[in-house]
Design a protein around this ligand. Sequence first.
Ligand code: PEP
Ligand code: MG
Length: 578
Amino acid sequence: MFKGIAASPGIAAGKVFLYNTEEIRVSRFKIKVSDIPNEITRFEQALIKTRFEIITIRDNVATEMGIKHAEIFNAHLLVLEDRMIIDEVISHLRSQKYNVEYIFEDVLHKYIRVFQKMDDEYLKERIADIEDVGKRLIRNLLGKKKRTLIDLPPQSIVVAYDLSPSDTATMHRKNVIAFITDIGGKTSHTAIMAKSLEIPAVVGLENITENVRNGDIIIVDGTSGIVYVNPRRSILSQYLREQKKLEKFNKELQELKTMPAQTRDGHRIELGANIELPDEIPAVLSYGAEGVGLYRTEYFYMNRQGLPTEEEHYKAYRSVVEKVKPNALTIRSLDLGGDKFLSQLDVPKEMNPFLGCRAIRLSLARPELFKVQLRAILRASAYGKVRLMYPMISGMEELEAANICLEEAKQELESRKIAYGKDMEVGVMIEVPSAAIIADILASKVDFFSIGTNDLIQYALAVDRVNEKIAYLYEPAHPAVLRLIKNVIDAGHSKGIWVGMCGEMAGEPRFTPLLLGLGLDEFSIPAPSLLKIKKVIRSVRYDEAKRLVDEALTLSTGKEVEALVSKRFRDIIFKIVG
Ligand code: PEP
Ligand code: MG
């Protein structure tokens, strides 16, 4: 039995698929002239095999996720079929007489170096394709197996040292029934993505990759963070029973779907969903969400070829807003950086990416990129209730600079005679402590606040949200965090604007009474958690929640606050959390 950090709830039992992201090492050795034909044949066979693999993945992705997501693989095929590269490998093989994997890697590196020096953005974007294809081909030359997360056998449980958010985005519940990792935290974007996709996950298991082998049977309990490797039959059947119980409970929650999110004494809350991909909308609607409180648009830039055009952004946003109508769609502008990276953008590596050129900072540094997205958001706002939200605002100047870009985007649309919603609400995420502290100043310039606790907690408590080693310090109920949240809500209300929360804290039942009592107007959470939160809201009284907060604010530690909540609301919360 192994204990890690519970990252995405649910129970799964299945077979281990070890996902190895390790570097492949290519050695160099001399070959004889008589070996050359054999090396050429190996190269040709690897080319054929790689081509076949890429076509299979491309076709699978096209059926599962749509043609657009599959485009990247067409670019990979182009690299593979590039005559110049192939001819150069064969001629170097003849002249240098080294093993073919070494020659191939050497030729590829030469191309990469040339592309890196070019000013042409398009060619720079090709580097990632060349690297990807190159690795795949070398793996085939070496007879090493690596499969992507797209074409796994059914019922796999992925075990990896780490997974990037874009890796997770390509998982499909049909074949990946759970995943576990050595590193990572509860609010990493990989964990958040897993919740949205309803894939149970446990992270921060430290050395689980060394303790399992391909094909081992494992149980993943994403609610408690416990993992069993090759469990006894009795444990397996106990978990299968648990799984049934969970399914039954989730079915019962369905009754709440059409009921309002309202406390027992009639205090009404808006309950929206967080999404990463437009594909999540059917689930969002099936859980009865009142719109989308956070659309993490950066995923639109990932796992694809090139940067999205204004038209592509616009079509995606418009289709989502039309589906959530008459409810609102809150679109957050690009939040790249931190633990979310993009191969197409030429952004230098940083020592502290979470404190670096991330989110609005990147958008303001690249206004041409930012305005493509802003124009698309504005255009979509003509078709429903769109709200725009800026991430990572740390002070007034950033808000003003973002609004200048927005004004320019509006003017550009006007000059193109394109319609947009004139009364689109514009708000900011409050996720940097400085913004939380000056919330009274920011409140007079925006239509709403949405508190991003995932970052607010990491910045306020100086705890990296993806580092499992210090996860014990990541405390949403820490008095400093509660005070910041209170300050934001009170400041917003005193200026007459509504205040929501779209960080993961809003989706955890044990904090719901506190957030209600603090006066939060809107909760936006991963869709699968919606009904649980609604259940808590409908089980408590607003006046009780306010009294809870009065007392919680006198306490000195997060643990004391959590103990108080569980003392007061044990029956309600335990029934839901288990
Ligand atoms: C947050 O920081 O709470 C948030 C919702 O944004 P993200 O998790 O995407 O950083
Ligand atoms: Mg954030």
